[in-house]
Design a protein around this ligand. Structure first.
Ligand code: NAP
Length: 349
């Protein structure tokens, strides 16, 4: 379904939502993006091709009741992407769960009041599917994270509760709009803004000596531009329904390092000691207790386990094809150098 009305994108300043905004503008749509500061604080959004004519930025906060009433008014489609993506926060309830869950209810209430909204495309996460890879399992849209809590991977908990609230709202209130959910894995890729996204930061850390060695860790990656396309396909495709696991490929830390070395990034402080065997994994789990709470927990849960995701539903039903993760990683690194998150290779001694 296409629309000539503005498409509302919440949290338009964010890594993913900025790309959704760019892609929508590129395809000729008008966008009403919600942000937390005044519009002039976002020159990277205002400079997007088509923004002058077709981008409107309005202020809204997830914790303010009714804050999105005006933002969604007159829109056929709302992409709800705003939600805090942070780890090692001081107060998981206030910093993560409340904005994620109360924010979801707030947006859906506004959509219900609007009478114009036909579909909400909700940015959930792999976090709502699992917080613990299992070696013998390939995760699908049928899986739900039942392990996270305020004390265990609270970001993953916030995303699980928020998506559950979204589906529950639909059951409880039977609104006129439908809900389609995108569940991206680790999103990497070039950033439209100077800030460093939590996932790109993992690659930055790998290249900056933060990791003591090569660990038995593997990640499911997807490029941010493919995640943006997924949201738009979920809007344009009338028959889109349910959840869509949005994952391109898995990559082991060992292969990621081999890629970086063979791509000319070997002057960075890449980990060299191989800690990916059984003894190394035990050592890493012991050392994880010296890390900040959520980082340590992540290491203990993920080391030695392989994450596998089935992306057949999104390819089959939405026709999404994914760019190769190797390309995406190299572009991410070059982009982090461009923004100054990593030094220029020529300036490393
Ligand atoms: P991001 O760059 O940190 O963007 C988060 C957005 O949410 C920002 O626009 C932020 O606004 C907004 N936000 C946070 N708290 C808010 C509040 N109280 N009121 C209003 N807006 C608020 O993160 P991202 O990676 O783009 O993530 C966007 C969405 O994708 C999130 O729902 C995240 O859970 C999901 N996701 C991300 C990944 C990933 O790997 N990056 C993977 C799966 C799912 P400010 O700019 O003002 O802070």
């Amino acid at each position: 379904m296409k629309t000539n009305k503005p498409v509302c994108v919440t949290g338009a300043s964010g890594f993913i939502a900025a790309h959704i905004t760019r892609e929508l503008l590129e395809r000729g749509y008008s966008v009403r993006g919600t942000v937390r500061k005044s519009p002039e604080s976002y020159p990277f959004l205002l400079a997007l091709p088509g923004a002058k004519e077709r981008l409107e930025l309005v202020k809204a906060d997830l914790l303010t009741a009714g804050a999105y009433d005006l933002a969604v008014e007159g829109c056929d489609f709302v992409m709800h992407t705003a939600s805090p993506y942070k780890i090692n926060v001081k107060n998981p309830q206030a910093d993560l769960v409340d904005p994620a869950v109360i924010g979801t209810t707030t947006i859906l209430e506004s959509c219900m009041k609007s009478k114009s909204v036909k579909r909400v495309i909700f940015t959930s996460s792999i976090a709502a599917i699992t917080d613990e890879p299992e070696n013998a399992k390939v995760f699908t849209e049928k899986d739900w994270n039942t392990m996270s809590s305020l004390d265990r991977q609270p970001y993953q908990y916030s995303k699980t509760l928020a998506e559950l609230e979204a589906w529950d709202f639909i059951m409880r209130k039977r609104p006129k709009f439908d809900l389609v959910v995108i569940n991206p894995v680790m999103v990497i890729g070039p950033s439209l803004s100077p800030s460093l996204n939590t996932t790109n930061q993992i690659i930055r850390d790998i290249m900056s000596g933060v990791y003591p060695g090569i660990m038995d860790l593997n990640w499911s990656f997807v490029d941010v531009r493919d995640v943006a396309k997924a949201h738009i396909l979920a809007m344009e495709n009338d028959s889109a329904s349910g959840r869509y696991l949005c994952s391109a490929e898995e990559m082991h830390m060992r292969d990621l390092l081999a890629l970086l070395k063979s791509s000319g990034f070997n002057r960075y402080s890449l980990p060299k000691i191989d800690l990916s065997g059984a003894a190394g994994s035990l050592l890493m789990k012991a050392l994880s207790f010296t890390q900040p709470r959520d980082t340590g927990m992540y290491i203990r849960i993920n080391v030695g386990r392989t994450m596998r995701c089935n992306n057949s539903k999104i390819k089959r039903e939405l026709g999404l094809s994914f760019m190769p993760v190797k390309e995406s990683i190299i572009e991410t690194v070059k982009d982090m150098v461009k923004w100054g998150h990593l030094p220029q290779p020529s300036r490393i001694g």
